[in-house]
Design a binder for this molecule. Structure first.
Ligand SMILES: [Zn+2]
Length: 86
């Protein structure tokens, strides 16, 4: 089953990292399904869709989804994870 995504989710994801994380999660699930349904906005007043912002978001989403599709590299990291500040 694909998860329908409304245009509002895209609008919200433009402005919030939390919403972007949710959108990425949903789109990752939809990627496995191979398709998803884009729903329109049913809010009153309707959400303002900034085409430029959506295009930017779409590019980021595509890059993140492409990265997820690749197998994880199993080489040793050269940067310490437990770095302390100060
Ligand atoms: Zn809306």
């Amino acid at each position: 089953m694909s998860v329908p995504v409304s245009i509002c989710t895209f609008v919200k994801a433009c402005n919030s990292e939390e919403s972007y994380a949710y959108l990425l999660k949903v789109m990752t699930a939809n990627l496995k399904h191979g398709a998803f349904t884009l729903g329109g906005c049913r809010h009153d007043p309707p959400c303002t869709v900034d085409e430029a912002a959506i295009a930017k978001l779409d590019a980021r989403l595509a890059a993140d989804l492409a990265a997820l599709r690749k197998p994880k590299p199993d080489r040793i990291r050269h940067f310490p994870d437990n770095r302390h500040d100060g």
